[in-house]
Design a protein around this ligand. Structure first.
Ligand code: ADP
Ligand code: MG
Length: 340
C-alpha cells in the first residue's frame, strides 16, 4: 500500500487512546483546564458513569471567541512558553480538547467576563462546528456526551456506571487536595455526589481540605511534615502507623501541585514505614513536593501522571528522612515488631 498521511481525526483518536482512557480521564483533563484558568468554583455533572454525560462548569478566565477553534485544535495551548522544561500549568500539551472531541460529542461554551456574549464551539467525532454566540455568564462550560461513540472498541472496555462514577469521584478528590481554595462539586444521576467547600489559606486550609476528603479522623492521626533539601521542599502529612489501610489508594503525592502516581515516591513511602507497618497494610500519606520545574520532567507520560526527577536519590532521601523524623518525634515505635 502507498504511504499516506493520517487524517487529523485519526491522529486525534490515536492521541485520545493515550490521554483519554475512561470517563475519569476526561474529568481530570477538564478540571485541570478549569484550575489553569484560575477558577474558584468547579461544578461537575455526570450521567451514566460519565459515559453519557460529563459537564464541567467553571468561573475561570474564559476563552476569547476568536480562540475557541484553536482551543479544540491539536497542539494548541496558551500555557507553554518556549521552554518545555519550564512547566507551571497543569496542562501544556494542547491535546485534551481535540482528543476528547475526536471520540465524543464535545461542546465548549465560554465567555470572558468583559465580552458581550458567550460563544460555543462543538466537535462531534472530530468534526468542528461554530463558534456561534450563546448566552452565558463568565467562565467555561465543557460538555462531553456519548464518550467513545466514535471508537466503539474503546467503549467496550468501560466498566459499570457505578465503577466509572466512583473513578471520577476519586480523580476529583485527588486533584482537590492540592487546591483547597477551590470549591469542587459533583452532581448528576450517578449518585456519587461530592461537595468540597473552599477552605482557608495555608496549611490549616490544606488540612481542612484533606479532612473533607479523607475523613474527620485524619488530623488527629497524622503528623505534619515540613522539610527542605537542596531546593526541594516537602510538606504534607504522614499518617501514624496505626491509621493504616488495606490498599495504597489513600496515598496522595503532588509535584508542584500536580497529582502524580510515581513508583519512586510510593517506594520511598514504603521504605519510610517499613519498620512500623506490616507489608500488607498501607499508611495514609499526603505529600507535596515543590521544586524548580527545571529539576523535574512531567513530560514522560501523556496523562502526565509519571514524573522523572533530575535527582531521584535526593527526593527519596528527603521523603524517607522527613517521614521517619515525623514518626520518631511523635514517639511512634514499631507497631509490627512489638518493640517498646
Ligand atoms: P492544554 O490544557 O494542554 O493547553 P487543552 O486541549 O486542554 O490543552 O486546552 C487547550 C486550550 O484551551 C488551553 O491552553 C486554554 O487556553 C483553553 N482552555 C481549555 N479549557 C479552558 C477553560 N476551562 N478555561 C479557560 N481556557 C480553557
Ligand atoms: Mg488541558
Amino acid at each position: 500500500m502507498a504511504i499516506k498521511q493520517l487524517t487529523e481525526t485519526i491522529i486525534n483518536q490515536i492521541a485520545a487512546g493515550e490521554v483519554i482512557e475512561r470517563p475519569a480521564s476526561v474529568v481530570k483533563e477538564l478540571v485541570e483546564n478549569a484550575i489553569d484558568a484560575g477558577a474558584t468554583r468547579i461544578e461537575i455533572v455526570t450521567a451514566g458513569g460519565g459515559k453519557n454525560l460529563i459537564r464541567v462548569t467553571d468561573n475561570g478566565s474564559g476563552i476569547p471567541s476568536n480562540e475557541l477553534s484553536l482551543a479544540v485544535s491539536r497542539h494548541c495551548t496558551s500555557k507553554l512558553t518556549d521552554d518545555v522544561h519550564d512547566i507551571r500549568a497543569l496542562g501544556f500539551r494542547g491535546e485534551a480538547l481535540p482528543s476528547i472531541g475526536s471520540v465524543s460529542r464535545l461542546s465548549v461554551k465560554s465567555r470572558k467576563a468583559e465580552a458581550d456574549s458567550g460563544f460555543e464551539i462543538s466537535v462531534h467525532g472530530g468534526r468542528m462546528d461554530g463558534p456561534r454566540p450563546t448566552p452565558m455568564n463568565g467562565g467555561t462550560i465543557a460538555e462531553v456526551r456519548d464518550l467513545f461513540f466514535a471508537t466503539p472498541a474503546r467503549l467496550k472496555f468501560m466498566k459499570t456506571d457505578r465503577a466509572e462514577a466512583s473513578a471520577i469521584s476519586d480523580v476529583v478528590k485527588r486533584v482537590a487536595i492540592a487546591f483547597p481554595h477551590i470549591r469542587f462539586s459533583i452532581a448528576g444521576s450517578d449518585r456519587t455526589p461530592l461537595d468540597l467547600a473552599a477552605t482557608g489559606e495555608g496549611s490549616a486550609g490544606m488540612l481542612e481540605r484533606i479532612s473533607q476528603v479523607l475523613g474527620k479522623e485524619f488530623p488527629e492521626n497524622a503528623i505534619a511534615i515540613d522539610a527542605m533539601r537542596d531546593g526541594v521542599r516537602l510538606t504534607g502529612f504522614a499518617g501514624i502507623p496505626a491509621f493504616n489501610r488495606a490498599n495504597s489508594l489513600h496515598q496522595f503525592a503532588y509535584v508542584n501541585g500536580r497529582p502524580v502516581r510515581d513508583k519512586q515516591i510510593w517506594g520511598a513511602i514504603r521504605g519510610a514505614y517499613a519498620d512500623v507497618i506490616s507489608r500488607d497494610r498501607h499508611p495514609v500519606v499526603v505529600l507535596f513536593l515543590n521544586l524548580d520545574p527545571a529539576l523535574v520532567d512531567v513530560n514522560v507520560h501523556p496523562a502526565k501522571a509519571d514524573v522523572r526527577f533530575r535527582d531521584p536519590g535526593l527526593v527519596r532521601g528527603l521523603i524517607v528522612g522527613a517521614i521517619r523524623e515525623a514518626l520518631g518525634q511523635s514517639g511512634i515505635r514499631a507497631a509490627t515488631s512489638g518493640a517498646e
